[in-house]
Design a protein around this ligand. Structure first.
Ligand code: B16
Ligand code: MG
Length: 221
């Protein structure tokens, strides 16, 4: 079926905020517990919501925090640090090939949605000066985290479409799993091996537009 909507992840596809997210966690854990988070924990929180990331990092560090109030306070504080770390982001922080890709989609008449776990999505799109390309930004606040398909299905339902009419783009294993659970075509991005993706490319500057054209037209269904 011809594709009508593309749902794009943010961190790892449009821009890279992985280091800033993790640095914020490192600073927070140092302040609260005086420990240095191991850098190999970064992979566990990629594409994972803020609260879930905190729960994972606490568990991996063997720390128990009983009070939900303190958990929420820590998550809020992490976000404050993170917002400071991304405060000077601008269009130079776009990953290669993003603008050409968005222009292609717009010229093909596809709707474009942001399907990120981040509550800072609008803030970042604005800083990166690409907000005007987006027809819809999924609010992840009340939705189940990836690999649950909620984020992708919410975008699809907003446009009253079927899964066969949608493409999802993701850099994380949990994200690709969410797209496949939503029964959509999944494009994987980045160096991590994404076995469940229907097609994987290094980054958007390596996009094969002939192949994309076939997918958009539904020739590969
Ligand atoms: P926030 P994505 C994810 O972005 C990040 O990869 C993950 O590290 C972060 O915890 C999550 O967003 C939530 O972000 O704290 O800004 O709400 O890949 O889903 O765009
Ligand atoms: Mg991502």
């Amino acid at each position: 079926m011809r594709k009508k909507l593309i749902i794009i992840d943010l961190d790892g596809v449009i821009t890279s905020t992985t280091d800033e997210h993790f640095s914020a966690w490192v600073l927070l854990f140092k302040k609260y517990f005086g420990i240095r988070l191991d850098s190999n924990l970064e992979t566990y929180v990629k594409g994972v919501s803020r609260i879930k990331s905190l729960e994972i990092l606490l568990e991996k560090s063997g720390i128990q925090v009983e009070s939900q109030k303190i958990i929420n306070k820590m998550a809020q504080e992490k976000n404050k640090i993170y917002r400071e770390l991304i405060s000077d982001f601008n269009e130079t922080r776009l990953m290669p090939g993003v603008v050409r890709f968005l222009e292609y989609l717009r010229n093909k008449g596809l709707k474009i949605a942001l399907g990120s776990a981040s509550k800072n999505g609008t803030f970042l799109l604005d800083k990166l000066k690409i907000e005007s390309f987006f027809d819809f930004i999924v609010d992840p606040s009340l939705l189940k985290s990836k690999p649950h398909p909620d984020i992708f299905l919410t975008a699809m339902n907003h446009f009253d479409l079927e899964p066969e009419e949608c493409i999802g783009i993701e850099d994380a294993i949990s994200g690709v799993e969410a797209i496949k659970k939503a029964n959509m075509y999944a494009i994987g991005i980045g160096p991590e091996k994404l076995d469940r993706a229907d097609w994987q490319i290094k980054d958007l500057s390596h996009m094969d537009y002939e192949k994309l054209e076939e997918i958009v037209e539904g020739a590969n269904d």
